[in-house]
Design a protein around this ligand. Structure first.
Ligand code: GLU
Length: 602
């Protein structure tokens, strides 16, 4: 989305010479030549870098870096701006995972800002008369709304590593919400796909269907309610969302969804309480660490399954020299490693407060070796593959009962930031589905999440323990995989992440191997056509792979495929010598992303 009015945000042109894949064309009908930042997928330079899906959001981060803020400050400003311009993917009604590299100590730490189930929830949260309710009914309901974690994440990150006050960092986003941004094709089409359910909630319709109609591409979209909410958080701190009037409004909205009685829609109430909100804590925790070809790959530990699943798959792939493999062999190994890692994810990963998650064992090389043994060069494993037992690795063993990967929503957002001191942030945040629960807190300008639909509604396999059933105060298992890779000296090499529900894991894995093993420039590794296998019978392929000879080559081994028009929307930063950074984003997906640096290199 582009902002139509003159503004003080840093505007960065990127020399065409560094655009190795070509800048995405502006969405058709988007604002004509305006002073808003150009949306380019790659930028190289000094003083720090920001990559996100949106030019206004990247510019908000750059503005903060330019004013002397560090990567954490800029990440918060970028995220807050994304809450304005990408309100269907993230916002203060949602949650996420924040991964931070501190250049001084050369260490990585993380914050788990996942939404939590109400303290009254139990494993029957989504059951009626003993049967799971329809997924879509759960999505658009109060039942699926978890206590938001994003505001607490921002404050926890600032308390730990930031240098500026939240109020300062919310300013660019507040301005964006008040003055507006220009509607693009993505925003309009995301609104259109939500139109029917948004109409069931008058407050949501009033906000996102101004004048009763879809926002017109090229028009200015303003959200003064959100501007006021940000201003209130700036004044009072994020505690205002967890205690007091706003907290009460959130609780009331969840427990009595403000549905249009004439719509006939049964918006099931949730059971969030003031106690839930007051008890919420974003958690500082150690990252997962995987050694891969002499590098350290750091990501999110449970409650996300991102770090353990990407890490296990990398360990499985480590035994193959992917740099020399043919494209078919590379993709075959990548698909099979993903399949196996997903089998283990389904069996072992859930909220560690409630489940005994063998995260360390899942990430051991000996366990990966015992699973790699299952992969054949001339045949394909049959999904669902059964999980192994990481506590007792045994060569080629699969134990337990296979369970397929269940559906997860596919929309969220990832931002990646580096500063001039060498600190890095890799941050993925979401409200789960595109448009979350569809329920807006009246007069507050933001949507509530439907994150609790990431729980299993019923055990994935009735005969085996499912670590992802709902529980009181429990965090649903995520796939978010914000990742930072360090070299042997503990210096950053690359940081990246993506949206895409469970396909986040495969997108991060494929992009990492594309960059680290296949020698692709970061922007090309991000742009490369994607495949996603999640322990299912068929593997999803984007059109460019679907229509290629590679598909035939893989089918000859026994692979089956289904088409997915678009998987993920990644962003990343890469450290170059002498304080230089490269920021990279999508060239085409979701209308192209936005890479910026503070001082472009000549
Ligand atoms: N709810 C998903 C997760 O936590 C993210 C949704 C998405 O990426 O679209 O893994």
């Amino acid at each position: 989305m582009r902002r139509p009015v003159a503004r003080s945000l840093a505007v960065l042109a990127v020399s065409a010479a560094v655009v190795s894949v070509g800048a995405a064309a502006p969405p058709s009908g988007a604002a004509p030549a305006d002073p808003a930042p150009r949306k380019v997928p790659v930028a190289v330079g000094y003083g720090g870098a920001v990559a996100s899906v949106d030019a206004d959001a990247s510019a908000a981060g750059i503005e903060i870096l330019r004013e002397g803020g560090n990567a954490v400050d800029a990440a918060v400003a970028t995220a807050a701006a994304l809450g304005v311009t990408e309100p269907y993917s993230n916002g203060i009604g949602g949650g996420g995972y924040f991964v931070h590299y501190d250049a001084k100590s050369r260490t990585v730490q993380t914050i788990d800002g996942r939404e939590t189930a109400p303290l009254t929830a139990d494993s029957g949260l989504f059951l009626e008369n003993g049967q799971p309710i329809a997924f879509a009914d759960a999505v658009t309901s109060g039942l699926s709304v978890g206590t938001p974690g994003t505001p607490a994440t921002w404050q926890a990150a600032l308390d730990s590593w930031g240098t500026k006050r939240l109020g300062t960092l919310l300013k660019p986003a507040e301005r964006l919400a008040r003055d507006g941004f220009t509607v693009d094709d993505t925003f309009r089409s995301q609104t259109a796909s939500n139109e029917t359910r948004f109409r069931n909630f008058p407050d949501t319709a009033k906000l996102f269907l101004p004048g009763g109609a879809l926002p017109v591409v090229g028009s200015t979209f303003k959200n003064p309610d959100l501007a006021r909410t940000y201003a209130e958080l700036a004044r009072k701190g994020v505690g205002a969302l967890y205690r007091g009037k706003l907290a009460k409004e959130i609780v009331d909205t969840v427990n009595r969804p403000p549905v249009d009685p004439g719509s006939g829609y049964n918006a099931r109430p949730g059971e969030l309480s003031l106690k839930d909100l007051a008890a919420y804590r974003a958690k500082r925790q150690a990252p997962t660490k995987t050694s891969y070809r002499g590098l350290g790959v750091y990501s999110m530990a449970p409650s996300s399954s991102g770090g353990t699943t990407v890490g296990e798959a990398l360990n499985i792939l480590e035994r193959t020299d992917l740099s020399k493999a043919s494209e078919v062999r590379y993709l075959h190994r990548y698909i099979e490693a993903s399949r196996i890692a997903f089998a283990d994810r389904g069996r072992w990963v859930g909220d560690p407060v409630f489940e005994d998650v063998p995260a360390k064992e899942l990430l051991s090389q000996s366990y990966a070796d015992s699973r790699e043994c299952l992969i054949k060069d001339d045949a394909v494993l049959t999904s669902p593959v059964a999980p192994g037992d990481p506590r007792h690795p045994a060569a080629c063993a699969s134990t337990g009962i296979a369970a397929p990967t269940t559906y997860e929503g596919e929309n969220t957002t990832h931002l990646t930031v580096a500063d001039k001191w060498g600190d890095v942030v890799s941050y993925t945040l979401t409200i789960e589905q595109t448009g979350g629960s569809g329920i807006t807190v009246p007069g507050r300008g933001f949507l509530l999440n439907n994150e609790l639909t990431d729980f299993s509604f019923a055990p994935a396999s009735p005969a085996v323990h499912d670590p992802n059933l709902p529980g009181p105060g429990k965090r649903p298992r995520s796939s978010m995989s914000p990742t930072i890779v360090l070299d042997a000296h503990g210096r950053p090499v690359v940081a990246l992440g993506s949206p895409g529900g469970a396909s986040i894991i495969t997108t991060v894995l494929q992009t990492l191997t594309g960059f680290l093993d296949r020698g692709l420039p970061l922007v090309d590794a991000i742009a490369a056509p994607r495949a996603s296998q999640r322990n299912q019978t068929t593997t999803e392929l984007e059109p460019a792979l679907w229509n290629s000879q590679l598909r035939t080559g893989l089918e000859a081994i026994g692979h089956g495929f289904r088409l997915n028009p678009e998987i993920g929307a990644a962003t990343g930063v890469q450290r170059l010598p002498n304080g230089k950074w490269l920021a990279a984003a999508e060239t085409v997906r979701r209308g192209g992303g936005s890479a910026m640096v503070v001082r472009p290199a000549p």
